[in-house]
Design a protein around this ligand. Sequence first.
Ligand code: NI
Length: 162
Amino acid sequence: MEIIILGNELLRKKAERVIDIDKELTQVAMELIDALHKGKGVGLAGPQVGFMKRIFAVHVAKDVPRVFINPSLLETSSETAKYEEGCLSIPGMYADVVRPGAVRIQAWNENGRPFTLDAEGILARVILHEYDHLEGILFIDRLSELKRKRIITKFEKLRKTY
Ligand code: NI
C-alpha cells in the first residue's frame, strides 16, 4: 500500500459507501492498519491509499487498532479543542486545528459488526480527521487561508529539494 500525498486529486474526492464487508475489504482493513503502523501515524483512510471507499483505521496510544466502515457522526460536542495535527499525506507539516472535543460515531468494524463509540481527546480528534478524508477534506482546510497557503508553499518547496 502506497500513501498518496498532497497534490494527488484522489485526496479531494468523496469516498463511496462500502456495499459489502467481504474478505477483500477485511484484507484492506488489515493493510490500512499495517500502513499506518509503518508510517508511524495514528490514522489512515482509504482515499489516502487510493482506495475510494468509506473506510479508515485508527490506532492511538494505549488503545487497540480500530477500523471504521461506513461511519456516521451521530453527535459532535459544541465544546471544541485545539491540538497539533499532522497527516501521512502531508508529511512533515503540522498545525494546530480546532475541532469538537468529543464525538459519537456509529460504524461497522472489519468483521462486519456494527458498533457505536463515544470518543474524546486524541481518539475523537483522529476520528474526525480521518472522517474528513472520506469527504475529501484535509486538516489544512480547517486552518485560516494564510496558514493553509503557508503550509502548501512550504510543503511544495520541501518536495522539490527532496
Ligand atoms: Ni490525514
